[in-house]
Design a binder for this molecule. Structure first.
Ligand SMILES: Nc1ncnc2c1ncn2[C@@H]1O[C@H](COP(=O)(O)OP(=O)(O)OP(=O)(O)O)[C@@H](O)[C@H]1O
Length: 696
């Protein structure tokens, strides 16, 4: 019934004799191992069973007392999941214990874990996937793939059913739980991106390409663009794979979608699943006709150190190997599937034998890698091996679930699967984290510092405002008292020291000319603003080099018009300047008058009580008019002075504008000069011609 024992099958015995210490996943020299590895909880007893899959996984678990700093060194973990059979079906493969599966005619295969037929997805997940996801969250790439003959339960295991949730949703859920916990601690910031692709008939398609035309099939209302119709490849593109320095390979044009929650990510998974190529075959009513690969990229930024760690989770549901079928299309698909699985098998066999050779040659304290001898591994023989190249060449922690059918009908396919599994578990891995310091993080830090500065400044301003509100007195002391003293001093030293008691009323202090001045100032200000607006507009235009060029190109007439406008504005400014100077003069003489009138001991300064008492304490000559709410005349004078200052500033600006206008005009003249000369030349020529004609 079975072919003669192949070399690989003969080697089964040798797997039992492997040095187990080398086979289990560890981290590099910086790793602190648990002193007593937890042993199997299995009821199966096996004398040679020293290191259970549990101990292997627990050592990889971040919750154990192991501290992982650097590289992870280990092997591909391989587990077998047999498909359940009914009572009346005959099985030919027997599960000896949780590590061994045997066939009476063939012998025994020893693997990392053999599950019972009635195992649930949740149990498989807890034992195999959870530790893998934990490693992913720590920054290692992680790959999980299901391998097995058609109909053996790969999709059942990976995607699951309503009753038995699959490894993909369970892993995603655990990943988000882990991230949310870390988020709560506030030490890391996570970003998650999802891609989903399939290899169908040796072509690579994006299962989440929302640009592909198609009927709205399974379209989630939360997405902006409907994905393509499931199973329709009319407008889908065969994507290219190219080498990539950062990730090993890159699928050119594969879409990536940001996900902020588990539901978000699962939405994309469901869309991708709907787009997968699925058909009915003799063995499976819903057979995956393609290899599907779900990629979840996790970008973790340590907020304290700024170190960014990128890790990728690859979840692969491979198409199943199958016998030739009568249907032409299925036969073609089957041929492609078998070819790519063969390529995967060859790559695994090569990597396995490389690892063996390397281990035999140097069994002491070496760093294991999947291809230590750097011999040729035919990754390019298929799209599948090309896609898995970075993971298989040691860039990812890998766990493989091989689904098998233990019935007699499928015994040779199961044998093939177990051979594949035996080789795969031999493949060494040396996985390092991908870390770098984020440029974004540097920016974030800068922004953070700036925000802090801003906060400090805001606080300072708030404090100052509070001081200002509660300490008007201080302000007053600072500004008004010296001013008042100065006024008094001026008055005392002035020529007229006579006290005019009639000026003790405010109406007497504030000369009507103030009101006039004020209104004149207002008018002047308004005119200046208007003028400024006009000039600003022109300056903006003229300061623009292109505009100047355009002006230079303008015909003479337009240029002259512009010039006239500028000249008009200039003269207007000059007039305003004169007018303001005049006002200033008048204001100054007015102030002197006031000083003269107010000099003397009984000057009344109508200020509020708080301010008044301060003045009184500084100058006993000044009496107070308590509770007087009217305006301080000195304030009025000060306002006028401030206004004048502002006007002066405005005029300075105008001067600058005029300078700019003049330079623009000079430029224009320079540009127009050749034109004018050419024009003159032309006119002279015309004149000469006319003259010549006349002569003729
Ligand atoms: N462990 C299991 N328990 C219950 N039902 C199972 C199990 N494994 C597989 N099945 C059932 O067997 C059928 C085939 O399974 P599935 O589609 O997962 O196979 P597959 O390996 O993905 O096949 P293919 O390679 O053709 O896509 C399904 O109806 C599935 O529900």
């Amino acid at each position: 019934m079975f072919p003669p024992q192949s070399p690989s099958l003969r080697s089964v015995g040798s797997f039992n004799n492997l040095k187990k210490g080398n086979r289990f996943g560890t981290t590099s020299t910086t790793t602190t191992r648990s002193s007593s590895p937890i042993r199997s909880v299995s009821s199966h007893s096996d004398g040679q069973y020293h290191h259970s899959i549990k101990s292997r996984i627990i050592r990889n678990n971040p919750n154990s007392n192991q501290q992982t700093h650097e590289a992870y060194t280990g092997k591909i973990i391989v587990a077998i999941r047999p498909k359940p059979i009914s009572n009346n079906e005959k099985k030919v493969w027997n599960i000896v214990d949780n590590k061994r599966i045997a066939h009476d005619d063939v012998g025994e295969f020893r693997l990392d874990r053999i599950f019972d037929c009635d195992v649930s997805n949740l149990e498989i997940y807890s034992e195999l996937c959870k530790p893998l996801i934990d490693k992913l969250a720590m920054g290692y790439n992680a790959t999980l793939f299901a391998y097995g003959m058609t109909g053996s339960g790969k999709t059942f295991t990976m995607s699951g059913t309503q009753e038995d949730t699959g490894l993909i949703p369970l892993s995603i859920s655990h990943l988000f739980n882990t991230i949310n916990e870390e988020n709560l601690l506030g030490k890391k910031k996570y970003e998650m991106l999802v891609s989903y692709m399939e290899i169908y008939n040796e072509k690579l398609y994006d299962l989440l390409d929302t640009n592909v035309e198609g009927v709205n099939f399974g379209y989630s209302s939360n997405l902006q663009t409907p994905p393509r119709f499931g199973n329709s490849f009319n407008s889908a593109q065969d994507l290219r794979i190219r080498d990539d320095a950062q990730y090993g390979i890159k699928v050119v044009g594969l879409s990536e979608h940001r996900c902020s929650s588990k539901d978000d990510l699962m939405k994309w998974v469901r869309i991708g699943d709907k787009n997968k190529k699925i058909s009915e075959t003799e063995y499976n009513s819903r057979s995956s006709r393609s290899h599907s690969i779900l990629l979840v990229r996790l970008i973790a930024t340590d907020l304290e150190t700024g170190i960014v760690t990128t890790s990728t989770l690859s979840l692969c549901d491979l198409a199943g190997s199958e016998k030739a079928t009568s249907q032409q299309e299925r036969r073609k698909e089957g041929a492609f599937i078998n070819k790519s699985l063969l390529a995967l098998g060859t790559v695994i066999a090569k990597l396995s034998s490389e690892s063996n050779q390397h281990r035999n040659a140097d069994n002491v304290n070496h760093q294991e890698t999947s291809n230590p001898n750097n011999s040729h591994i035919p990754y390019r023989d298929s799209k599948l091996t090309r896609i898995l190249q970075p993971a298989l060449s040691g860039n990812s922690i890998i766990t493989t679930i091989c689904t098998v059918d233990i019935r007699s009908d499928a015994s040779s396919e199961t044998l093939n699967t177990l051979r594949f599994a035996s080789r795969a578990k031999n493949v060494s891995l040396h996985v390092t984290k991908k870390q770098n310091v984020s440029k974004d993080e540097e920016k974030d830090k800068l922004i953070f510092t700036l925000i802090q500065q801003l906060e400090e400044q805001k606080k300072l301003i708030d404090d100052m405002n509070v001081n200002k509100m509660s300490g008007n007195v201080l302000n007053f002391e600072k500004h008004a008292v010296p001013f008042a003293n100065e006024m008094v001093a001026n008055a005392n030293s002035g020529p007229n020291n006579n006290i005019d008691t009639s000026r003790t009323e405010k109406s007497n202090i504030v000369d009507p000319s103030y009101a006039l001045l004020e209104s004149e100032n207002k008018v002047l200000k308004f005119k200046l603003e208007h003028c400024e607006n006009l000039l600003d507009k022109d300056i903006v235009e003229l300061q623009d080099r292109q505009m100047i060029n355009i002006v230079e190109m303008l015909p003479d007439g337009v240029g002259t018009l512009l010039e006239m406008k500028f000249q008009g504005l200039e003269s207007q400014i000059r007039q305003y300047k004169l007018y303001t100077a005049n006002l200033e003069k008048r204001l100054a003489s007015n102030k002197n008058d006031e000083n003269r009138h107010n000099s003397g001991s009984n000057m009344v300064i109508p200020i509020n009580s708080a301010q008044g008492s301060r003045i009184a304490s500084n100058n006993s000559d000044i009496s107070m008019a308590d509770n007087c709410s009217e305006e301080d005349p000195y304030d009025i004078i000060r306002h006028k002075e401030e206004e004048i200052k502002e006007l002066k500033k405005g005029l300075e600006r105008k001067d600058k504008m005029i300078e700019a206008l003049q330079s623009a005009r000079r430029l224009r003249h320079r540009a127009l000069k050749p034109l004018a000369e050419a024009n003159l030349l032309y006119e002279n020529e015309q004149e000469n011609r006319g003259f010549n004609n006349l002569e003729r």
